[in-house]
Write a protein that binds this ligand. Structure first.
Ligand SMILES: *[C@@H]1O[C@H](CO)[C@@H](O)[C@H](O)[C@H]1NC(C)=O
Ligand SMILES: *[C@@H]1O[C@H](CO)[C@@H](O)[C@H](O)[C@H]1NC(C)=O
Ligand SMILES: *[C@@H]1O[C@H](CO)[C@@H](O)[C@H](O)[C@H]1NC(C)=O
Ligand SMILES: *[C@@H]1O[C@H](CO)[C@@H](O)[C@H](O)[C@H]1NC(C)=O
Ligand SMILES: *[C@@H]1O[C@H](CO)[C@@H](O)[C@H](O)[C@H]1NC(C)=O
Ligand SMILES: *[C@@H]1O[C@H](CO)[C@@H](O)[C@H](O)[C@H]1NC(C)=O
Ligand SMILES: *[C@@H]1O[C@H](CO)[C@@H](O)[C@H](O)[C@H]1NC(C)=O
Ligand SMILES: *[C@@H]1O[C@H](CO)[C@@H](O)[C@H](O)[C@H]1NC(C)=O
Ligand SMILES: *[C@@H]1O[C@H](CO)[C@@H](O)[C@H](O)[C@H]1NC(C)=O
Ligand SMILES: *[C@@H]1O[C@H](CO)[C@@H](O)[C@H](O)[C@H]1NC(C)=O
Ligand SMILES: *[C@@H]1O[C@H](CO)[C@@H](O)[C@H](O)[C@H]1NC(C)=O
Ligand SMILES: *[C@@H]1O[C@H](CO)[C@@H](O)[C@H](O)[C@H]1NC(C)=O
Length: 699
């Protein structure tokens, strides 16, 4: 008997299995196949479209009254946007394969679901019941054993302004991973342990508090597996209570009501695995952003856009992002950076200098950027500066960003961009650039840019669109602006060339003029440099300071020029044969005495000197005295003396000794006196000259 019962039960089960899941009449589901295959339309039924696994019967405005029979390939069913308002028939899904994975009943005006309707659909993991369905959570209740994704967003609860939701209702769905409860007017949420929940969507409700995540037993979490939490569009103003979300990686908090972001609000000890933090469009005015408000070394993405926060203000602490050492994407678009100082800007980004790869600064009212504003962000790949007030870009502002591939500068106020702004290497690195919607002035200056654009049309966003316009010439786009490279090249290069040549010529002219004007000063200077002079030595051993040997014809020069300076001004005592030779003594003795009683000898060379026998004698005598006495012999050349006029001794002395040349003219004479004075005072000069002189004498 028992055996028979079991046999019958098995047979029934088997029959049910074979004939689909319809209880009342097992055959009507099977005998007809409704498929009308029209490959071009890809329609499997006049009300449904078929793809590989999906039967899409959505948007039929109430024409779909039943679930057509489909074969086992179709495991995703879409009945959304119909008018299936009452699923009271437990056979409602009997035409459907047991393999069905997902059923979408969104927006049907559904009011009733019979409890057993999903029975036997063991593979059903996804159920969408949101939209204008008038269901209560408890009606839905989860008799679907393997349900993983339940979407209940936007349910109609009548006119009730707020609802309380007890998450324990979903505890029976043991495998629930995703729960969508958005736009349900939830204002109070009672948490319950949902051990497998990965994603919880509570967007657009009326929550005032961050969901309680720690159970009474302190640090035990209600949502130990939760990875993504959507809380956008609520009224949360702070996160006070302890947080137990050990696996949370994404936290969405856009459109909430934070007025203050406290130190450590999102810090590592609280959100140990958080990577994405969205804090955009916090529509309330901030009164304080405290230091280290994120302070999370795990977070990689921070989105803080459209908050209209004035970062220059005192209420934003310069270490607000302190501790965020792993941030790779930072989006600060839609705030105010107009008056932010360079120091504060660097301080704000300092924690993420070595990790930041993408920085969004679109529409932050920047008026200018400095050339090293971004240079510390060594890993930066993406930089957005669109929609600001930039009128120029400093040269090389982006050159040190060795990984930069994307740069947006559209919707600024840039009239010209210099070639120097973008180095050749930078241009090669960039893969995506926007510069459209700027008031470009189309002149030859823009030629290089036009060439860059034409060579890399893919790099430039909206290349063919209307973005790149010449502001000075109506309705012409930059790529089509007629610019003749030769003409431009000639224009700019010819001017540059002319200027360069003129400059060089002027320079040399000036140099020559200066050299000519100060030629004597320079000769004196050179002389001084090479004969490191030592002044002020005076010997007491000699009667005269200088013996002057000169021809009778040059006496005038000696008396009128040499004497007044050397004796008059310098206070030297000269020995002149006219004046100082003792009468009655033989002239040779006179000369010899005079030479030996003088410390120095000045020989006044001139054609007359060459012709004068006495002078030649004096020269020879001097040479011999010089040899003995290690003394000085100073040559002064009065006029150009041709070598054929000279004696051998004169030539030898002239060739080996620098002589001081007398020339008329104020500068020349000034230099002459300077050199002469040096020569008369400098014993080193003497030594070298002596050696040369004596060498000649010996040979
Ligand atoms: C099942 O359908 C068949 C016809 O296809 C009919 O003869 C039979 O009575 C139906 N059974 C029930 C229980 O409705
Ligand atoms: C089926 O697909 C066609 C073409 O894509 C489309 O025009 C039609 O609206 C779809 N029908 C349904 C019921 O989705
Ligand atoms: C099953 O499909 C057949 C034909 O496709 C249809 O007539 C019948 O009403 C369907 N059953 C249900 C319960 O929708
Ligand atoms: C289901 O029907 C489609 C269309 O007729 C066919 O391509 C597919 O092979 C069928 N799958 C099974 C499992 O019968
Ligand atoms: C069902 O179809 C609607 C409208 O065609 C579409 O918006 C929805 O995403 C589909 N559902 C699923 C689960 O694909
Ligand atoms: C749904 O249909 C069943 C039977 O067809 C009926 O008893 C029930 O009242 C209906 N419910 C609603 C909400 O229309
Ligand atoms: C459920 O799906 C798996 C594959 O995902 C398949 O192996 C299994 O047979 C399905 N179960 C039923 C009852 O169809
Ligand atoms: C939530 O539901 C559970 C089980 O139904 C119950 O024990 C608990 O008290 C409820 N919590 C609240 C705050 O209503
Ligand atoms: C809870 O925290 C205490 C210390 O505060 C720690 O000793 C204990 O291991 C924690 N328990 C769990 C389950 O994390
Ligand atoms: C947390 O996530 C990791 C992987 O991201 C996973 O291995 C681990 O099981 C998760 N922990 C819990 C409690 O779900
Ligand atoms: C930042 O967080 C660490 C722990 O992650 C903590 O030790 C440190 O005090 C915090 N810093 C500030 C300034 O709050
Ligand atoms: C920012 O915070 C630091 C550390 O708490 C503090 O020393 C500094 O004064 C703050 N700056 C401003 C402008 O409040």
């Amino acid at each position: 008997m028992a055996m028979l019962a079991i046999f019958i039960a098995v047979s029934v089960l088997y029959a049910g299995d074979v004939t689909g899941r319809c209880r009342n009449n097992v055959t009507h589901c099977w005998y007809k196949n409704l498929f009308i295959l029209e490959p071009h339309v890809r329609a499997c039924h006049d009300l449904c479209n078929c793809t590989d696994t999906t039967l899409d019967c959505s948007s039929n405005q109430g024409k779909l009254k039943f679930v057509p029979h489909v074969n086992e390939s179709y495991i995703n069913l879409n009945f959304s946007n119909n008018k299936i308002s009452n699923i009271s028939d437990e056979d409602f899904f009997c035409n459907v394969s047991r393999n069905v994975r997902a059923i979408d009943l969104y927006n049907n005006g559904l009011r009733f679901i019979s409890k057993g309707v999903f029975d036997g659909l063991d593979n059903l993991t996804e159920l969408l019941l949101g939209g204008s369905n008038y269901l209560e959570y408890k009606d839905i209740c989860c008799h679907i054993p393997n349900l993983q994704h339940l979407s209940l967003g936007c349910l109609r609860f009548g006119l009730a302004p707020r609802t309380t939701t007890n998450l324990s209702l979903f505890q029976s769905a043991k495998s629930l991973r995703t729960l969508g409860l958005w736009r349900n007017k939830i204002y109070k949420l009672h948490s319950a342990l949902l051990p497998s929940l990965r994603t919880l969507n509570l967007e657009s409700n009326r929550l005032f508090e961050f969901p309680v995540s720690c159970s009474d037993r302190k640090n035990e979490s209600f949502f130990p597996s939760l990875e993504v939490l959507w809380l956008d569009g609520n009224m949360i103003s702070c996160i006070d209570d302890p947080v137990c979300l050990p696996n949370l990686t994404e936290l969405h908090l856009r459109y909430n009501r934070f007025v203050q972001l406290d130190t450590d609000a999102f810090f590592t000890a609280r959100f140990g695995k958080l990577q994405f933090l969205k804090l955009n469009q916090l529509d309330h005015e901030f009164c304080r952003i405290r230091p280290y408000f994120v302070n999370n070394s795990i977070v990689t993405n921070i989105s803080f856009t459209n908050n209209d926060v004035d970062f220059s203000q005192h209420y934003v602490n310069e270490t607000a992002f302190g501790g965020c050492t792993s941030v790779q994407h930072l989006s600060l678009s839609g705030n105010n950076f107009r008056d932010v100082t360079k120091g504060k800007f660097h301080a704000l980004l300092q924690p993420m200098e070595h990790s930041l790869k993408a920085l969004y600064l679109g529409r932050v009212r920047l008026k200018f950027i400095t050339s090293n504003m971004f240079s510390r962000l060594s890993q930066l790949r993406v930089l957005h500066l669109y929609g600001n007030d930039l009128s120029s870009i400093p040269d090389g502002a982006f050159n040190s960003l060795y990984h930069l591939t994307t740069l947006t500068l559209d919707q600024n106020n840039i009239a010209t961009i210099a070639k120097a702004t973008f180095s050749v290497h930078l241009r090669m690195r960039l893969q995506y650039v926007t510069l459209d919607c700027n008031p470009f002035q189309c002149t030859c200056d823009i030629l290089w840019f036009q060439q860059w654009m034409k060579a890399n049309p893919r790099v430039f966003h909206d290349y063919h669109g209307k973005g790149y316009r010449c502001a000075n010439i109506g309705n012409i786009s930059i790529p089509s602006f007629p610019l003749n490279p030769q003409a431009c090249l000639l224009g700019s290069d010819a001017v540059a060339f002319t200027i360069a040549v003129t400059c060089v010529l002027l320079f040399f002219l000036l140099l020559f003029t200066i050299l000519f004007r100060f030629r004597w000063h320079m000769r004196l200077w050179l002389y001084q440099v090479f004969h490191n002079s030592k002044r002020g030595r005076r010997s007491w051993r000699y009667k005269y300071d200088v013996f002057v040997s000169y021809a009778e014809e040059d006496a005038r020069w000696v008396l009128q020029e040499l004497l007044p300076v050397t004796e008059g001004r310098w206070g030297l005592i000269l020995c002149l044969h006219q004046r100082d030779f003792r009468p009655g003594k033989h002239i040779v003795d006179n000369i010899a005495d005079c030479v030996s009683e003088s410390e120095r000898v000045v020989l006044v060379f001139s054609p007359h000197f060459a012709r004068s026998e006495w002078c030649q004698f004096e020269l020879k005598l001097c040479q011999s005295v010089v040899m003995e006495r290690d003394d000085v012999m100073v040559l002064v050349a009065l006029q150009e003396t041709r070598s054929r006029d000279m004696s051998g001794a004169m030539l030898a002395v002239l060739r080996t000794t620098t002589y001081i040349e007398w020339e008329e003219g104020q500068d020349a004479t000034q230099a002459f006196w300077g050199r002469l004075r040096l020569a008369l005072e400098d014993p080193d000069v003497v030594a070298t000259q002596n050696n040369v002189c004596s060498l000649y004498m010996c040979s």
